[in-house]
Design a protein around this ligand. Structure first.
Ligand SMILES: [Zn+2]
Ligand SMILES: [Zn+2]
Length: 280
């Protein structure tokens, strides 16, 4: 079982690694820029190379980089599309310096256009990225499906994913987004129905990573609000059922829950390990 947290790198990679060790993380996710700005800012290249070198002995595998929030890889607006592509190139280059195995992307927003057109644009973006960066796997993350966000259904995600080789484009499953998007993962039955739906849409080997978050908002609400495991609408039973699925249990799991990693983060990690029956 591989578990970790989304951590900040703002204090430098050495600090991030120290904290990961304290929390006994075996996988990590980070942003490689300020996630709420178009400014790429500076990046600690030496720190990233150091982290890459240290990772095997610290037992951190895989490293995951999460895309910044302003990027819209399917925007019909030429200016935003080009800005997004440029920002993606910078972020993926940084992820590669770090030795990240996965780059998690949100499928984007289809405002002012149709779903088929935005899927086509997303495919164009992915095609460009995978040709330029063949050594990293791009993971499209399911969304809560609110408003005009693309990727609230596995059908939409599959349309973008299936045209690419498995070595290049795969799926990241976020539990909070799935519940808010209408997938009832509160029980074993709900999980098996959801997994069957994924299986109908794509090879389940494409499922590479879990974002493990409970949901403050109820089933099908379309509202993306992460909370602590067992304290939201997925609840203890939902996560217990998740950990009973061999396919899911063997995936790397990243927490994106709120609060201090040392306090709430550590508590959520322990929750996962206890429910999985893995001794601390
Ligand atoms: Zn995300
Ligand atoms: Zn997520």
């Amino acid at each position: 079982m591989r578990t970790g947290i989304h951590l900040s790198i703002s204090g430098g990679f050495q600090k991030t690694l120290q904290l990961a060790e304290e929390l006994q993380c075996t996988t990590l996710q980070v942003f490689v820029r300020n996630p709420r700005s178009w400014k790429a800012g500076t990046f600690d290249k030496e720190g990233a190379i150091f982290a890459k070198e240290q990772s095997p002995q610290k037992g951190i595998n895989p490293w995951v980089v999460h895309v910044s929030y302003l990027i819209n890889p399917c925007s019909p607006d030429k200016d935003i599309y080009e800005k997004s592509l440029h920002a993606l190139e910078i972020e993926v280059s940084r992820a590669i310096l770090l030795g990240a195995e996965f780059f998690v992307m949100h499928p984007g927003n289809h405002k002012n256009t149709t779903v088929p057109r935005s899927i086509w644009r997303l495919q164009k973006t992915l095609d460009y990225l995978m040709n330029k960066f063949p050594d990293i796997v791009f993971l499209l993350e399911n969304t809560a499906g609110s408003g005009t966000s693309l990727g609230g259904s596995f059908n939409e995600l599959a349309q973008a994913i299936n045209m690419f080789p498995q070595e290049n484009v795969c799926l990241c499953f976020d539990t909070c987004h799935a519940l808010a998007g209408g997938y009832d993962i509160r029980s074993s039955h709900g999980w098996s129905t959801t997994l069957k739906e994924i299986d109908n849409e794509m090879d389940t080997k494409r499922l590479k990573l879990l974002h493990v978050n409970d949901s403050l908002a109820p089933l099908g609400s379309g509202i993306d609000r992460h909370t602590h495991l067992g304290e939201g609408h997925i609840g203890q039973s939902g996560f217990k059922a998740m950990l009973e699925e061999p396919l899911l249990r063997n995936l790397p799991m990243i927490l994106e829950t709120p609060g201090d990693p040392k306090v709430e983060g550590s508590r959520n990690l322990n929750f996962l390990k206890e429910f999985a029956g893995v001794k601390k």
